[in-house]
Design a protein around this ligand. Structure first.
Ligand code: C5P
Length: 311
């Protein structure tokens, strides 16, 4: 008997290194990145329906109203691409519960797309081969394949070519989201303005970062954290430098912008330390950190998109 609903979840991503090269003729930028999936999850529930629909719920501080609830939502495109691929007829209703900041530089939309792919695959009992799901994922967005794979991985191409990396132990992060999102294309556009067509080579993955991850050496990891989009995002949202500085002031080992921002990441030595840094940020002077949204603690790496329940 086919299920009447399927619930799946997928994690937020952070980039421990985000190297960006000069814009390509197709408008995308070549990347050399190290992704890590962390324990901030979006949950997606799909069930058969007579028409396509999307609903969104979650914490008010996550800018939920910015998520489209029509067919332009990436979850509808994800379900439709799998339906077309498998020759399935019929629509589904899709409920999204957001735990990942919206337009936060943490690939929340990509996580939703990945969760929808695995949920619909189970709903329609397709058992689609992994390689085919990854191909569909790449067609939906640059970060969607990583949301399927999870863990810690190297991303190349426009981010869609993902190879798992060897990493020891767990890493504790404080994630400071912002009350207002940043548009990824705008941040890349500002990156192009700053690069001014010159000086950019092919991006690559630093050996020091991979060695630090293999050894679980947090001191070396802090020195290797890097994001090429940070100057562009800080130009568009200067107040983010106050948030980054505040986390370090609260004793975080290191601070980094997440992807295209505006979420900020703080590396901590363990869960307790992360809770302490998060508490410090939550109780900081709201006037000096006026754009600060939700402050959360998350562990990485965690697994990729998976089916949680079938009903
Ligand atoms: O692939 P995705 O739909 O997530 O990309 C959103 C936008 O981000 C693209 O339209 C492009 O403007 C920018 N982008 C880019 N280079 C990448 C990934 C994304 O310029 N490697």
């Amino acid at each position: 008997m086919s299920p009447s609903w399927v619930r799946a979840s997928a994690p937020a991503k952070i980039n421990l290194h985000l190297g960006v090269g000069p814009v390509r003729p197709d408008g995308f930028h070549p990347l050399a990145t190290v992704y890590q999936a962390i324990g901030l999850l979006d949950v997606v529930t799909v069930s058969p329906a007579s028409a396509w629909s999307v609903t969104v719920a979650g914490d008010d501080r996550l800018a939920l109203s910015d998520v489209p609830t029509d067919d332009s939502n990436i979850v509808v495109r994800a379900a439709q691409s799998l339906a077309e691929h498998a020759g399935v007829e019929g629509a589904v209703s899709i409920q999204i519960e957001k735990g990942i900041p919206v337009a936060g530089g943490m690939a929340g939309g990509s996580a939703d797309a990945a969760a929808t792919l695995v949920a619909c695959d189970a709903l329609w009992q397709l058992a689609t081969p992994r390689e085919e799901l990854l191909e569909l994922a790449a067609g939906l967005g640059s970060d969607v394949p990583f949301a399927l794979v999870g863990g810690t991985a190297i991303g190349t191409g426009r981010g869609e070519v993902v190879v798992p990396a060897m990493v020891r132990g767990e890493y504790w992060w404080v994630v400071a989201s912002s009350s207002e999102g940043l548009s990824t294309p705008e941040v890349y556009g500002e990156f192009d303005v700053l690069a001014d067509g010159g000086g950019l080579g092919d991006p690559d993955i630093p050996d020091e970062l991979m060695a630090a991850l293999r050894a679980h050496d947090l001191e070396k990891l802090v020195l290797a954290l890097h994001n090429d989009l940070e100057p562009a995002a800080l130009r568009l949202r200067p107040s983010l430098s106050d948030v980054l500085a505040a986390g370090v002031e609260e004793s975080a080992l290191g601070a980094l912008l997440s992807g295209s921002g505006p979420s900020c990441l703080f590396l901590c030595s363990g869960r307790e330390h992360a809770e302490q840094v998060a508490y410090g940020l939550r109780t900081a002077d709201p006037l000096s950190l006026h754009s600060l949204g939700r402050v959360a603690v998350a562990r990485g790496p965690v697994g990729g998109a998976r089916v949680d329940r079938v009903g």
